[in-house]
Design a protein around this ligand. Sequence first.
Ligand SMILES: [Fe+2]
Ligand SMILES: [Fe+2]
Length: 179
Amino acid sequence: MKILNLFKNKVKFPPEQLEQLFYAYAIPILKNKNMMTTKEYCQHGNTSCYLHSISVAYYSLRLANVLRLNYDLESLIKGALLHDYFLYDWHKKSKNHRLHGFSHPVVALKNAKKEYVLNDIETDIIIKHMFPLTILPPIYKESILVCLVDKICSIKEVFYFGLQKIYHIELKINLYTTI
Ligand SMILES: [Fe+2]
Ligand SMILES: [Fe+2]
C-alpha cells in the first residue's frame, strides 16, 4: 500500500548531524544574491523573509526527521527555502501585488525557476504552500509538511515566541555565508 511507503523506518538523524545536513544543502541557496535581498523584506512581526524561509525549511526538516518519513531531504530544504521567493516587500502597497496572499506562490515559483531547475516536489512545495487559500492541496509529503510548518512558523513570528533557536541558526548561517 502506498500509505505504508510514507514510513520506511528511515534512519532518524541525531540533532547535530541533521543540522550539518541542513547547512550543507541550505547554504548554497542562502548565499544567492537575490536570496540575500530577502533580508531586507519584512515577513511577519520583525522577522525577515530570509529568516522566515530558514525557519520553515529547518522545522520542516526537523518534523520529517522526527516522523521518520521516507522523504527527499534535498527537495524539502530547497522547496521550503524558496517557498516565499517573491522578492518584494508585501507590506508596501503596490498594484503589482494587491492580492499577495493568493498570488505570491506563483511569483515565487516564477522567480525560483529563473535561477534553479526545480523537480515536481519542489514545484509543489512552492505553488501549494498557501493551501487552503490556493484551491489545490499539496500532494507530496514534503509539500504537506511545508504547508503545515509555514503556518506554525508564521504564528510564532507574529506573536514573537519560540524564535531563539532560529536566531541561533541564522547566526551560524551568517558565519558560513560571509566567508
Ligand atoms: Fe507564503
Ligand atoms: Fe511562508
